[in-house]
Design a protein around this ligand. Structure first.
Ligand code: PMP
Length: 373
């Protein structure tokens, strides 16, 4: 099988019925995958290094025992939405939940994107924004960030004036650069864009500010700014697949139009709602990660790498004495997995390391020091 073109090919397969071609506009897409290599120290997908609190695991086990599994879940995810709304001081009608924030982004693009429409984004940034846009047949207008990865407001104005995007994406803190856009920069972009401004805050709890505050301060901003968050990182729940957005009720209704019926299962709804009872434990995890982030940043400062300030749970760095691919392989040989970003737009030679437990970070730093010796 030719996996890219989706066609049956070759020898013995020829007698089999021919399958339809995959949509031609999808053939060039490569998908978004991080290597799942069996190593001791996995620092490649920005997960939390710690499991959720034991109290949460026990509360979830109890709650799961009471589920009527023969019944569909609450289609509206009423309790979960209410709890999230309370935690952010917004109305329950301003919250939409889905299976991970990627599905939230997909719902936004299904509702607002499509043929004849475009989105804007500023690279380097999270590649799935462009990827999901293309999958939904939406054109992508990509502008550059500055060399230090900060937003270039002139470039933003140029791109949005030209493309008139229905959605403009920011990722703050930005994956994979780690940099958070300032509230002033986000407000300035919100004033420039013609449609909705989507601020992906997958790493929001690691940063000093949130676009949720901007929404709170001004009704016009609240109407046009959409904030997307996830339980995969801070909340140590990547396995549960839960993300959400906070937006104007009209945007929530648009996402509900395109979400499949009962898309969010009962276990996931319970997992999210119960997690919110453990905010102190989750904040302790964020504090540990922030401390370790500082320690890694200081250690990288002593090595022959270029590195950038991070407001997230990962750091981007560029070895200056060796090729990124060789360093990545050396790290894997030392059973440490990081993300090779060297072929992403604007990131030649760059690797990204997720902050792990102190002993995992020690293993990473020792292996990197050895590779760069
Ligand atoms: N947005 C950003 C910026 C991310 O880095 C990720 C995770 N890689 C996601 C969204 C998706 O996270 P999830 O679907 O697990 O919520």
């Amino acid at each position: 099988m030719d996996a890219v073109a989706g066609r049956a090919t070759g020898g013995d397969d020829d007698a089999r019925p021919t399958l339809p071609d995959v949509r031609p506009d999808l053939v060039a897409l490569e998908g978004y995958h991080s290597a799942q290599v069996d190593v001791d120290v996995r620092l490649n997908t920005n997960e939390s290094p710690l499991p959720p609190p034991v109290g949460w695991q026990e509360a979830l086990a109890d709650a799961v025992a009471g589920i009527a599994f023969n019944r569909y879940p609450d289609r509206e995810a009423t309790e979960l939405k209410r709890a999230l709304a309370t935690s952010h001081g917004v109305g329950a009608d301003e919250v939409f939940c889905a299976n991970g924030s990627n599905e939230v982004l997909q719902c936004l693009l299904l509702a607002y994107g499509g043929p004849g429409r475009s989105v804007a984004l500023f690279e380097p940034t999270y590649t799935l924004h462009g990827q999901i846009a293309r999958v939904t047949g939406t054109a992508v207008a990509a502008g550059p960030r500055r060399a230090d990865f900060s937003l270039d407001l002139d470039a933003v104005a140029r791109v949005v004036d030209g493309a008139r995007p229905v959605l403009t994406f920011l990722c703050s803190p930005n994956n994979p650069t780690g940099r958070a856009d300032t509230p002033e920069e986000i407000a300035a972009v919100a004033a420039l864009v013609p449609g909705l401004l989507v601020v992906d805050e997958a790493y929001g709890q690691f940063a000093p500010a949130s676009a949720l505050d901007l929404r709170r301060d001004d009704p016009d901003t609240a109407r046009r700014v959409v904030v997307v968050r996830t339980f995969s990182k801070t909340w140590s729940m990547a396995a549960a697949r839960l993300g959400y957005l906070v937006a104007d009720p009209e945007v929530v209704r648009a996402c509900e139009l395109v979400a499949l019926p009962y898309h969010l299962d009962t276990v996931t709804q319970l997992a999210g709602r119960l997690a919110l009872d453990f905010a102190d434990e989750m904040n302790a995890r964020v504090a540990l990660v922030a401390e370790e982030r500082g320690r890694i940043a200081a250690a990288l400062g002593e090595l022959p790498v270029e590195t950038w300030r991070s407001d997230a749970n990962f750091l981007l760095f560029r070895p200056t004495v060796r090729e990124a691919a060789g360093v990545w392989t050396d790290l894997v040989s030392a059973s440490v997995l990081v993300r090779d970003c060297s072929r992403w737009p604007g990131l030649a030679g760059c690797l990204r390391v997720t902050v792990g437990l102190p002993e995992e970070n020690d293993r990473f730093l020792a292996a990197l020091t050895e590779s760069l010796r």
